[in-house]
Design a protein around this ligand. Structure first.
Ligand code: AMP
Length: 391
C-alpha cells in the first residue's frame, strides 16, 4: 500500500486540544488586514476540528519582529478570524509560559485560542527543542496547516511534531495533492512555464522539471540570458551573467521553448513607449520587458493543447500596464484550458488574481518560497516532520 502523510482525518479529535500551526502572515496597512485569504484558507481545518468536538489552539508568525513588538501582534487576525468563524477567538498574551498555560488548560470543546506571534521568541526560528516542548505542552495533538512556512525548520512548524501525535491539515493536504501529483503523475502533454528575473534562482526547478515535462516554456527576464547564450543581441535587458554557461548547455535540450519576439522599451517605466522586437533584434538602447504578441499566441496554443500545465514566474513586468500582456495571455490560456492548471505561488499567483482568472484554475499554491522548494524536489521540514502512514 502507498504511504501518505497522516492527515487530520486520521486522528481522533473529539475532546482533544488541537494545536494548529496556521499561516496567518497576512499583509497589514496601519493595523488593518488588506488581504485575508490566508485566514479564509485556514477555515476548513478549523471547522473540522470544532465540528468533531475538539478545541483549537492556533499558532502563527506575523512578519519579522525582532523580539516583542506590538506592531506585529496577531490581534487583527484574532478579530477577523472571529468574524469568519462567527465565534469568539481569544488572543493569548503570549505563546508560552504560565498565563498562556492556564488559558489553554481551561479551554472547552468548540473554543478557539490564538497564541500571540511565535516569532516574538527567537527560539521559534532557532527550532529550539525546549521551546517546541513548551508549545507542545499546551495541547494534545499537533496539526501543521501552514504551507507557506513549511520550508522553514522552526519550532512551531517542525520541532513541535516530535512531542505530539501530528498530522497535516486540509490546506497542506491540498497542496501536496496538486503540486505533488502535477509533478509525479502528470497527464501528458505536461508543460511547465517558467519566468521571473534570474535563471540562477530557477536552476533547481528546471533540473527537477525538465526530465518530467514534454515542453518547458521560458519567459520573463530570464529569457534574455538564454538569448545572450545563443549569441542574440539583448540590448539593455536584464542579464544573469553567472548563468550564461548553464543557459548555453540547456539550449541543447529540444524541450526548451523560447519566445520568438519581445516587447521592449528604452526605460524600466510604465510611461515608456513599448516596441515589439524579434528575438534576435533588440537594439542596443532598448530592454526587453515582456514576451511579444507572437510568443504569447504560441504559448497560449501550447497551453491549450496540454493536459497538465504548471506555471511559476511572470512572463514580463506585469506590474506595469504596457508589459502585462504576455503574463495575461498565459493566465487566460490556463483559465480556458480543460486540463489541470497549477500556479506555483508567488508573483504568478498575484498575476492570476490581478487579471481575475484565479477561480478558473485548478490550483493556486498558497506558498511562495515553499512551493518553489517543493517543486524543486526538496524536502520541506514542516512536512517531513509529520509521520507517513499507509493509506
Ligand atoms: P522572480 O521573483 O524571479 O519570480 O521575478 C519576478 C519579477 O520579475 C517580477 O516582479 C517581474 O516584474 C520581473 N520581471 C519579469 N520580466 C522582466 C523583464 N523582462 N525585465 C525585468 N524584470 C522582469
Amino acid at each position: 500500500m502507498a504511504l501518505k502523510r497522516r492527515s487530520l482525518t486520521d486522528l481522533t479529535i473529539s475532546g482533544q486540544k488541537v494545536l494548529v500551526r496556521c499561516d496567518f502572515n497576512v499583509p497589514l496597512e496601519n493595523g488593518v488586514i488588506t488581504d485575508d485569504r490566508r485566514i479564509v484558507e485556514s477555515l476548513p481545518t478549523l471547522r473540522y476540528i470544532l465540528d468533531k468536538g475538539g478545541s483549537a489552539i492556533l499558532m502563527s508568525h506575523l512578519g519579522r519582529p525582532k523580539g516583542v513588538d506590538p506592531k506585529f501582534s496577531l490581534s487583527p487576525v484574532a478579530e477577523r478570524l472571529s468574524a469568519l468563524l462567527n465565534l469568539p477567538v481569544t488572543l493569548a498574551p503570549d505563546c508560552v509560559e504560565s498565563e498562556v498555560e492556564k488559558l489553554c488548560a481551561g479551554l472547552q470543546p468548540g473554543q478557539v485560542i490564538l497564541l500571540e506571534n511565535v516569532r516574538f521568541h527567537p527560539e521559534e526560528e532557532a527550532n529550539d527543542p525546549v521551546f517546541s516542548a513548551k508549545l507542545a505542552s499546551l495541547g494534545d495533538l499537533y496539526i501543521n496547516d501552514a504551507f507557506g512556512t513549511a520550508h522553514r525548520a522552526h519550532a512551531s512548524t517542525a520541532g513541535i511534531a516530535a512531542y505530539l501525535p501530528s498530522a497535516v491539515g486540509y490546506l497542506i493536504q491540498k497542496e501536496l495533492k496538486f503540486l505533488g501529483d502535477a509533478v509525479d503523475q502528470p497527464r501528458h502533454p505536461f508543460i511547465a512555464i517558467l519566468g521571473g528575473a534570474k535563471v540562477h534562482d530557477k536552476i533547481q526547478l528546471i533540473e527537477n522539471l525538465l526530465p518530467k515535462v514534454d515542453q518547458l516554456l521560458v519567459g520573463g527576464a530570464m529569457a534574455f540570458t538564454f538569448e545572450k547564450a545563443r549569441g542574440h543581441s539583448v540590448g539593455k535587458s536584464l542579464l544573469d551573467t553567472e548563468s550564461l554557461d548553464y543557459a548555453k548547455k540547456l539550449m541543447e535540450n529540444p524541450k526548451l521553448v523560447l519566445p520568438t519576439d519581445y516587447v521592449c522599451a528604452n526605460a524600466f517605466s510604465a510611461e515608456a513607449t513599448p516596441v515589439t522586437c524579434s528575438n534576435n533584434g533588440i537594439p542596443e538602447d532598448l530592454m526587453g520587458l515582456d514576451i511579444g504578441p507572437q510568443s504569447s499566441q504560441h504559448y497560449a496554443k501550447i497551453i491549450l493543447d496540454a493536459k497538465t500545465v504548471l506555471w511559476n514566474g511572470p512572463m514580463g513586468v506585469f506590474e506595469m500596464k504596457p508589459f502585462e500582456a504576455g503574463t495575461k495571455a498565459v493566465a487566460k490560456a490556463m483559465a480556458e484550458s480543460s486540463g489541470t492548471t497549477i500556479v506555483g505561488g508567488g508573483d504568478s499567483a498575484a498575476a492570476v488574481e490581478q487579471f481575475g482568472f484565479a477561480d478558473q484554475l485548478t490550483h493556486i499554491s498558497t506558498g511562495g518560497g515553499a512551493s518553489l522548494e517543493f517543486l524543486e524536489g526538496r524536502v520541506l521540514p514542516g512536512i517531513v516532520a509529520i509521520p507517513l502512514i499507509e493509506g
